[in-house]
Design a protein. Structure first.
Length: 273
């Protein structure tokens, strides 16, 4: 990090997720077809990936196509797939030259081979890169991912490799695809003035800081990312603790000790009852 870094010394998120919304409204407002909005949206993707990498963000997840987006008009789905293919081919050099690792979350087996092929190639070619993880959420639904985890957990229980009583939040996390490849989600940005999660990182967003902006995704540029990061740097992340605990360097240790004491007390109370 250089001294010219606009957020030098401030609390930065390790993992930023973005719900890129407003492409259609942007196009409508200009009297253009929705597809042009998506094309401009792909330009914003290029800008934001570059900016995030330069700012030192460890992981950036972009909600590029939801499980529900398959139900959009066929010509729009076709265009979005063509745009994804073009992005994966045209950005290959930029991603590799900047030491970015591409990963995906979602039901990518549903994507056409015209997208899957350049995607798998770039995943493989970038696998050793370490400067930033770029995660594309493709054919992604948070409920679908949780449902998939439940199915796998049930299979493990049925096979005898997992005890029902051993299932806790860490175990469930380990069955959620994103937690195997990404750090915990710190900041979730949604553009276009909508205040919804829309089936994005439902499990992962439990303690993420949320940032909503009126800016439509095709207009979202480096300065908007900086604004979100600046806002994040002023947030106090408490994870259910008190402010004093959260500020303490020993917060984790204290929380563990307090949780143990509370559990013990609850156990004793249960025994008495
Ligand atoms: C939401 O806008 C956006 C999408 C459904 C697709 C996002 C895709 C891109 C940004 C471009 C391609 C992606 C990559 C990674 C190259 P909307 O269509 O729902 O907008 P609206 O709510 O204004 O109609």
């Amino acid at each position: 990090m250089t001294s010219a870094h606009p957020l030098a010394g401030k609390q930065l998120p390790r993992h930023v997720g973005i719900i890129m919304d407003g492409n259609g409204r942007w196009a409508n407002a200009q009297g253009l077809p929705r597809e042009v909005g998506h094309e401009r949206g792909a330009d914003s993707v290029r800008t934001v990936v570059r900016a995030a990498r330069k700012l030192g963000i460890d992981a950036l997840t972009l909600f590029a196509f939801s499980s529900q987006n398959w139900d959009r008009p066929p010509h729009e789905v076709y265009h979005l797939m063509a745009l994804l293919r073009r992005y994966l081919i045209e950005e290959r050099a930029e991603i590799l030259d900047n030491d970015i690792r591409l990963v995906t979350v979602g039901e990518t087996h549903r994507l056409p081979s015209s997208v899957r092929e350049p995607m798998m190639e770039l995943i493989e070619m970038s696998a050793q890169n370490t400067s930033m993880v770029l995660c594309l959420a493709l054919s992604y639904g948070g409920r679908e991912m949780i449902t998939d985890a439940v199915r796998k957990i049930c299979r493990a229980v049925t096979a005898g490799s997992l005890e029902v009583d051993a299932i806790d939040t860490d175990v469930v996390s380990s069955y959620i695809e994103s937690s195997r490849i990404l750090p915990p989600l710190d900041l979730l940005i949604r553009t276009s003035g909508e205040h919804r999660i829309s089936n994005f990182f439902l499990w992962e967003a439990a303690y993420a800081e949320l940032f909503f902006t009126e800016t439509l995704w095709p207009d979202f540029a480096r300065e908007h990312l900086l604004e979100a990061l600046e806002d994040y740097s002023r947030r106090e992340r408490r994870f259910g603790l008190t402010s004093a605990q959260a500020k303490s360097d020993d917060a984790d240790v204290d929380a563990d000790a307090d949780a143990d004491a509370a559990a013990e007390a609850a156990g004793e109370a249960g025994e008495v009852a």
